[in-house]
Design a protein around this ligand. Structure first.
Ligand code: CTP
Ligand code: MG
Length: 422
């Protein structure tokens, strides 16, 4: 039977994501920032509504072999970035542990400091430039697999198409290496941890200057294998590369559909228990008061329809369910208008880069008669979702006297929301 788990020899991998550079080549070439203001570092540029570095974090975290992530930021940004990563992780969980540390003056210093943050049980590392946001999960897997095999060091590389010249300080050519033997290398670069840490220590002690970690391993005498790189895995370096950030990414996001369901009990006419009576709320549906309806038992305002809508939105955001977000054991949510839940779920949908475009909802109840209220509920929900009135539909039905709704013991509601990226 095929197995998904890596071979026993596979190292326990974490990734170090380098985002501590100053982006000086890009900044120099762009218009100078306003007096006193610092130019935006390239790793913070916007890509699909999130900072550039987040794209790589997402990609790395999607690979099963990667067990955690160390973010390396410029020392004076660490605090601000820690708060931002918490926020990003909340709206779109990476699903793995992460740590943050300050980088150093040179790239190799940032790597060394990042390695020092790795947990004890980590035995292998993928070092990745945040400035390469287009690396795919397939590439990360390829590097990880090489490490799970025999490799001590594995890096992605591409054959070069230009002839490459070596020049002296006066720009005079001193050598033309055979193109067939050249590779342009990328990140993520994968290493077993112990030899990489040792190589960094030697570099520190002996003053080696390198531009990638593989070079340290080479100097320390370790073999470094090349795995096929990716054309699109460019490093954002100069203004010409910025066009890549605004071009739509290859992996067009598909639309999403969220579905929600909720049930509430009605207050029994003969109920005497004060605890139950304390939970009785006047009927609200879709943010609209339904006069004459039975009282609904709830912790919040008991708006069954908005609860179903909240769950549908959370479905789009892949953010769990309403009970997780707003536990009914939390006094803060007692008697809470359910519009608050909808608004928070909507914020999460947007944080994921989606916008709802349509909602279709159904209330299932034997009593009261809801037909007179449907249009107002639809209008209210459209307003909450910031949609045009024609984009929300509310239906009402009975279950023909069957089940708990038929016995007038409670009501249920379902909601379906469609969202598009953007
Ligand atoms: N990097 C880092 N710490 C440094 C220098 C670089 O973490 N002291 C990171 C960068 O943030 C980037 C990656 O290493 O993700 C590759 O470096 P590079 O493309 O050279 O970025 P910068 O050094 O920021 O840019 P520049 O060289 O133009 O200043
Ligand atoms: Mg640099």
């Amino acid at each position: 039977m095929p197995t998904k788990s890596p071979p026993l020899s596979a190292p326990h991998l974490w990734a170090v994501l380098l985002a501590a550079g100053s982006g000086s080549r890009l900044a120099q070439a762009l218009a100078p920032a306003a007096e006193g203001a610092e130019p935006t570092r390239k790793q913070y540029l916007d890509l699909e509504g999130a900072p550039l570095f987040w794209k790589s974090a997402r990609t790395l975290s999607r690979v099963q072999a990667v067990h955690g992530l160390v973010f390396v930021f410029p020392p004076k940004d660490v605090e601000r970035m820690a708060a931002l990563v918490v926020q990003l992780d909340e709206s779109e969980s990476l699903g793995l542990p992460w740590r943050i540390c300050a980088g150093g003056a040179r790239r190799q210093d940032s790597v060394r400091l990042g390695l020092a943050e790795l947990p004890e049980d980590c035995s292998g590392v993928l070092v990745h430039d945040a400035a390469r946001p287009f690396a795919t999960a397939a590439l990360v897997r390829r590097v990880a697999q090489a490490l799970a095999g025999a490799a001590l060091a594995a890096i992605p590389g591409l054959a070069v198409t230009d002839t490459i010249k070596a020049v002296d300080n006066n720009n005079v050519v001193v050598d033309t290496p055979d193109r067939a033997s050249l590779r342009a290398v990328q990140t993520p670069q994968g290493f077993l941890l112990a030899p990489l840490v040792a190589a960094h220590q030697r570099a520190q002690a002996e003053g080696w200057e390198v531009t990638d970690d593989a070079a340290l391993m080479e100097r320390a005498g370790h073999p470094v294998v090349i795995v096929p790189g990716e054309e699109q895995n460019v490093k954002i370096t100069t203004p010409a590369d910025l066009a890549l950030l605004s071009a739509p990414l290859n992996e067009a996001k598909p639309p999403r559909t969220g579905w929600g369901y909720d049930v509430h009990r009605y207050l029994h006419p003969n109920e005497a228990d004060p605890k139950v009576l304390a939970q009785a709320r006047p009927m609200m549906l879709g943010g609209v008061a339904i006069p004459g309806g039975p009282k609904v038992l709830a912790h919040s305002d008991g708006d069954t329809l908005l609860h179903a809508l909240t769950d549908a939105l959370l479905g789009i955001a892949c953010a769990g369910d309403i009970g997780q977000l707003f536990p009914d054991t939390d006094q803060a949510f007692a008697n809470m208008p359910s519009a608050v839940f909808v608004t928070e779920a909507l914020r999460r949908v947007r944080a994921m880069g989606y916008r709802p475009v349509h909602a279709d909802l159904t209330v299932i109840a034997q009593i009261p008669k809801l037909a007179p209220h449907k249009a107002r509920m639809a209008a209210q929900i459209a307003q909450l979702l910031e949609l045009a009135p024609g984009c929300v539909n509310v239906k009402a039905t009975t279950e023909e006297g069957l089940g708990f709704t038929g016995e007038k013991r409670g009501l249920k509601a379902v909601a379906v929301v469609t969202a598009l990226p953007g």
